[in-house]
Design a protein around this ligand. Sequence first.
Ligand code: FES
Length: 180
Amino acid sequence: MAGVGRRAFLAMLALIGAGRTLWAQGRQRLRYRPLTRPVLVPLASLATPGRARRFVAQGVSPPSAAIPGERMRINGMVARVAAGDDADCFKAVCVVCPHEQCDVDFVADPGELDPSVVEEIGEVSDPVYLCPCHNSTFTMAGGERLGGPAPRGLYLFRVTGVTGTHVEIGEVEEDVLLFF
Ligand code: FES
């Protein structure tokens, strides 16, 4: 009987692992669409990990949208998440909260988070995005949801390149252009 219980426990762990893998793959398979023109953010404003900067991008709604071909302004924020000059060292998110569309704030010092937020998400050492409306929180390093009522992580932009002087943001998650 103990053997059956152990096998069931191991099977459950395997299922959880498979679920996590599928979720991660799902994030990687997000569909992106090009912005009308790339946004260029000065590299000097993102000199060290944890620094972030707002930007405004413009996209066009895809053919499958209710109103295809519509130009849309999208507010975003790009953060340096690691040292180096590869595109992977920067992550850009749409600042509109997926819960009820308030704009999220970038909290550079997680020590400033309200204790009730910390109680829900646990201690964090990296900056986070915090929605001021209902306290949904998201990671800086990819916009994943940490807590609160948001049904998913933040919508993403894709950093498409880094030059000697600028970070280039060239694509946005297609769902932004479909649902906003
Ligand atoms: S609108 Fe952001 S948590 Fe509700």
